[in-house]
Design a protein around this ligand. Structure first.
Ligand SMILES: Nc1nc2c(ncn2[C@@H]2O[C@H](COP(=O)(O)OP(=O)(O)O)[C@@H](O)[C@H]2O)c(=O)[nH]1
Ligand SMILES: [Mg+2]
Length: 557
């Protein structure tokens, strides 16, 4: 055995001897992965940037479902295997073999709504040459990535990301959410590969502009040096079957990573994993040693204090909830006012553009053809305005979210201080739960109200029958009322999307904090129960256990 895997087995053994089965499973799985020389390249970025299509293009086959509403909790790992096969791990710990073509059943919102099936992770094995050197592709569907998730499954995966491929786009260009996401990733791994996807949708000038803008923002906001940005089109890579734009360079960069840096990536990953496992284990051991040294009454008093302390912090969280709710209501009002101003400012101008457009149509364009054109133009005009406006809302939402996070961080710091005062061992990754950026799962998209855009049979006949100027006026009127509907619907949807995301983010912060508190108290109670068991057996047993724990502790170092 090489050294890292020796350390892994040692730590796994310590976890087993402490009776921490869940942790032991995690340590063993990580050790096994690192022994096999596997490292994780995670594709991260907002929903619909083309992460899945990019993976498919690299793998040369449609493994990941594309263009779907994803499930946030399931992580998909694609790795090398002589045979094509896939298996699904359920929350129960049970594995189920499935065909590669079946994985959409487990990872898409349509077929597995709200992860009803309880999927923890999906593993896909492919005989892909690109993966032959130990590189694994990880799709963290839907959310910005595992980095902003707050479910146990996905949070547990964050420390296992070795390289991040950040998939960015230009419609809109890199958003505040994405920057926050990249900053969160940068605290975990310095290796970030930047990709600007969907370049086929832009003119060459727009591509350069988007790339330069993204590079500048990334340079300003990330601590370390960033990779160059690869300008690609996953669509062209899939369809053309030969490399376009920076595709060949991008692929080569990944190949070189696998060939040249695979070993050092695995070594880095081992170091990170071992530091983390060691911290968790020594915290547990210290808690148990403490419980053995104190008298029963002292420990009982302490547990009571811890319980009181968490109950207090529960109350404090509830109060924080009310305060934040008030903040959110103010935010809602502000957004509503923004929306009204936006409509008041933009509508007259768009009405004018619409009239000009209709007037500019050759007089031979009449009836339903003219109506269809006018409606399409309305969709185009409104979409452009609403998307631009939606991007402008981001800073408001992020500002408020920062406020909300600050509230949580302050409360949790008070709580953690209090616990330390009562002598509780607070694991070093406690603060990590407060890191996620603003939740970005749903994501706003423009709704063109297609059913309303196509005329009813009555409308169609009426439009065909009313001739000349009166006909044009009629078309203008209905296009204008369509314009109003489009504006109203989509601006409300944009506002609601931000509201939902804030509420969701807050909910995740809260549940993350609660889970961390519960774990703290559980650890103290576990230590107490163990100590009592040994004490019941007499002073010799206590001495034996103390020696055993000290032995385990030195095995962690
Ligand atoms: N035009 C164009 N469309 C793309 C490209 N990459 C992905 N798409 C489309 O964008 C949508 C979202 O892609 P998907 O891979 O599911 O995005 P994900 O949510 O980031 O995994 C799909 O409809 C794809 O067909 C690209 O390079 N060019
Ligand atoms: Mg996807």
């Amino acid at each position: 055995l090489n050294e890292p895997s020796e350390v892994g087995h040692r730590l796994g053994g310590v976890a087993r001897e402490l009776g921490l089965e869940e942790l032991r499973r995690e340590i063993d799985a990580t050790t096994e992965r690192l022994e096999a020389g596997l490292f994780h390249v995670a594709f991260v970025g907002q929903f619909k940037r083309g992460k899945s299509m990019l993976m498919n293009a690299l793998l040369g086959e449609p493994v990941m479902p594309v263009g779907v509403t994803p499930v946030t909790t399931a992580v998909v790992v694609v790795q090398h295997g002589r045979e094509r096969r896939a298996r699904v791990e359920l929350r129960s710990g049970e594995w189920q073999d499935v065909a590669v073509s079946e994985i959409a059943r487990f990872v898409t919102e349509e077929q597995n709504p709200s992860n009803r099936l309880g999927v923890r992770r999906v593993e896909v094995l492919l005989p892909s040459e690109l993966l032959a050197n130990g590189m694994c592709f990880v799709d963290t569907p839907g959310i910005g990535s595992v980095f902003e998730a707050n479910t146990a499954e996905t949070r547990g995966f964050v420390p296992q990301v070795d390289v991040a491929v950040a998939v960015l786009g230009s419609d809109p260009p890199i958003s505040g959410d994405e920057i926050a996401l990249l900053a969160a990733i940068a605290t975990k791994t310095p290796r970030i590969v930047l990709v600007l996807n969907k370049c086929d949708r832009l003119t060459p000038g727009e591509v350069e502009q988007a790339a330069a803008f993204t590079e500048r923002v990334v340079r300003e906001r990330l601590p370390g040096p960033a990779s160059r940005i690869f300008k690609v089109s996953a669509k062209e890579a899939v369809e053309a079957g030969m490399p376009t734009r920076d595709w060949a360079d991008f692929r080569r960069a990944l190949e070189e990573l696998a060939r040249g840096s695979g070993a050092s990536l695995v070594a880095e990953a081992s170091r990170r994993a071992h530091a983390r496992f060691t911290a968790i284990l020594t915290t547990e051991i210290d808690e148990r040693l403490g419980a053995l040294t104190r008298s029963t009454t002292e420990t009982e008093k302490r547990i009571a204090e811890l319980r009181a302390c968490t109950a207090e912090s529960e109350r404090s969280l509830a109060n924080l909830g009310y305060l934040l709710k008030a903040e959110e209501d103010r935010f809602d009002l502000r957004l509503e006012r923004e929306r009204e101003t936006f409509l008041a400012n933009e509508r007259p101008a768009l009405e004018r553009l619409l009239r000009e457009y209709v007037a500019g149509q050759p007089s031979s364009t009449r009836g339903n053809r003219l109506r269809a054109r006018a409606f399409r133009e309305v969709q185009r005009l409104v979409e452009e305005r609403v998307l631009a406006w939606n991007a402008q809302l981001a800073p408001f939402a992020e500002e408020l979210y920062r406020e909300i996070k600050r509230g949580f961080v302050e409360r949790s710091n008070v709580f953690v201080e209090e616990l330390r005062r009562h002598g509780a061992a607070v694991a070093p990754d406690f603060e990590a739960i407060l890191e996620p950026p603003l939740h970005a799962r749903r994501g706003f998209y423009f709704n063109g109200l297609e059913t309303q855009a196509s005329p009813s049979p009555f409308d169609w006949v009426a439009t065909a029958l009313v001739p000349g100027a009166a006909g044009r006026r009629r078309i203008e009127r209905s296009a204008s009322s369509f314009l109003a509907d489009l504006f109203e619907t989509n601006s409300c949807r944009a506002v609601n999307d931000y509201k939902d995301r804030l509420v969701e983010s807050r909910r995740r912060l809260e549940s993350g904090l609660r889970a961390a508190m519960r774990e703290l108290v559980a650890r103290a109670e576990r230590a107490h129960a163990e100590a009592r068991r040994h004490r019941d057996e007499g002073a010799k047993a206590v001495e034996r256990e103390t020696d055993r724990l000290k032995g385990l502790r030195s095995r962690c170092e």
